[in-house]
Design a binder for this molecule. Structure first.
Ligand SMILES: Nc1ncnc2c1ncn2[C@@H]1O[C@H](COP(=O)(O)OP(=O)(O)OP(=O)(O)O)[C@@H](O)[C@H]1O
Ligand SMILES: [Mg+2]
Length: 258
């Protein structure tokens, strides 16, 4: 389960993200990057963030803590921009928060070195969840004290947008050609068995951490538990070997410069 906090202060919008996430202070006195449940990207992006993020952290990857943030839309009063105000007003109730990583820089593949074993683990994870948002153009990786952090998994698990055709997803190959860590990653096969076993074990807890409120009215499903079962089933099928979706990495090439 995710911890539950209440937003007490809207600090500022983070202008960089397409979904216009906001920085908020919660009643536990910590700062969180808040992803709006009323954003155009919708709840499905938040479900992907939670399921992928909770799974990734259980694989030992550095995903900042995720929480449920209860938001009173009255906080919108302190935001001058009408577009953001509208988004806040549409987001009363449960939203997603990620612990704010202070002093973090956005990752640049040409400027930062990443340990080959960690890079391989991140790439394996992205291949599992089908994450299209870890390209060198938009890596969704932060560099901070303590090293790399993985953020923004909202564009993964694409099968959830079309359940009727999702039976084929477990075998779908992962295209790693634009991946931000392509040049850093060591051997994926060396981490494959270990991560697949860990993921299988971690999956039920990750699925259980999706807030119930985001699963209740999914068309074609009897109830929230049936939707959870469907996520569990698709990912379990993808984890079952042979994992033909794992990409084959190119040999090391001359690196560019910062
Ligand atoms: N936990 C965090 N700590 C510090 N900064 C963060 C954190 N999460 C996000 N950011 C900053 O906010 C930016 C936008 O966040 P994020 O990528 O999650 O939003 P998005 O709207 O989903 O973005 P995108 O444009 O990639 O779809 C990041 O690039 C980063 O600079
Ligand atoms: Mg992003």
């Amino acid at each position: 389960m995710l911890s539950e906090v209440t937003a007490v202060r809207y600090v500022t919008p983070l202008r960089e993200g397409g979904s216009m996430p906001g920085l908020v202070e919660a009643d536990d006195h910590r700062l969180y990057v808040l992803k709006w449940s009323g954003a155009a990207q919708g709840r499905k992006a938040l479900i992907a963030e939670v399921l992928a993020g909770e799974l990734g952290r259980r694989l030992g990857l550095p995903v900042p803590e995720l929480v449920r943030i209860d938001l009173d839309p009255v906080l919108a009063r302190s935001e001058p921009e009408p577009q953001i105000q509208d988004q806040m007003r549409a987001s009363g109730g449960v939203n997603l928060g990620m612990a704010f990583v202070s002093g973090a820089l956005n990752f640049d593949p040409l400027c930062f070195e990443v340990d080959p074993d960690l890079a391989a683990r991140v790439l394996w994870f992205d291949a599992l969840i089908g994450n299209v948002d870890r390209s060198w153009r938009n890596p969704n990786l932060l560099m901070a004290t303590g090293g790399l952090r993985l953020i923004d998994h909202g564009a993964s698990l694409i099968f959830q947008h079309h359940w009727a055709g999702s039976a084929a997803w477990p075998g779908k190959p992962y295209d790693a050609s634009d991946h931000a860590l392509l040049r850093s990653a060591g051997d994926l096969k060396a981490v494959d068995e270990e991560l697949a076993a860990l993921a299988e074990k971690a999956l039920p807890a990750a699925v259980a951490s999706i807030p119930e409120e985001w699963l209740t009215d999914e068309p074609g499903f009897a109830d929230a538990q049936a939707v959870r079962d469907a996520y569990q089933e698709r990912l379990t099928a993808r984890l079952a070997g042979p994992r033909g979706w794992l990409p084959t990495l190119p040999g090391a090439e001359e690196a560019g410069s910062c």
